[in-house]
Design a protein around this ligand. Sequence first.
Ligand code: NI
Length: 137
Amino acid sequence: MKEKLVRFSITITEELLKELDEKVIKKGYSSRSEFIRDIIREMIVEDRWQSDDEVIGVLTVIYDHHQRELTQKMIDIQHSKYVNIMCTTHVHLDHHNCLETIIIRGKPSEIQNIAIQIGGLKGVKFAKLTKTAKVEI
Ligand code: NI
């Protein structure tokens, strides 16, 4: 089902318009409209992360393969009853380093809690949480 599109005009300074157009080109958007639609969706996702709604986080972790019991500790943390681990992907980067992405569904506070716990483990060299959510519009 195709959603109805509406057209509206906005008033901004020439300077701001120049900035907007530069960003549209730099980020590879086909139009100002597409860029602005994505900005609004990004704000919706940010709001969800400030709420108690269900969101999705992608935790990227790089850790020392040789750190004793680290993988078991990471798995124990993921077995939290408050979140749903949707999938994990493991890549053996080199002899010492593993990279893992963990896709987590749950409440923002619980996902952040897991990200902090895993990020703080001995042997974890890098941990970054990417915040996203289902946006139906
Ligand atoms: Ni590995």
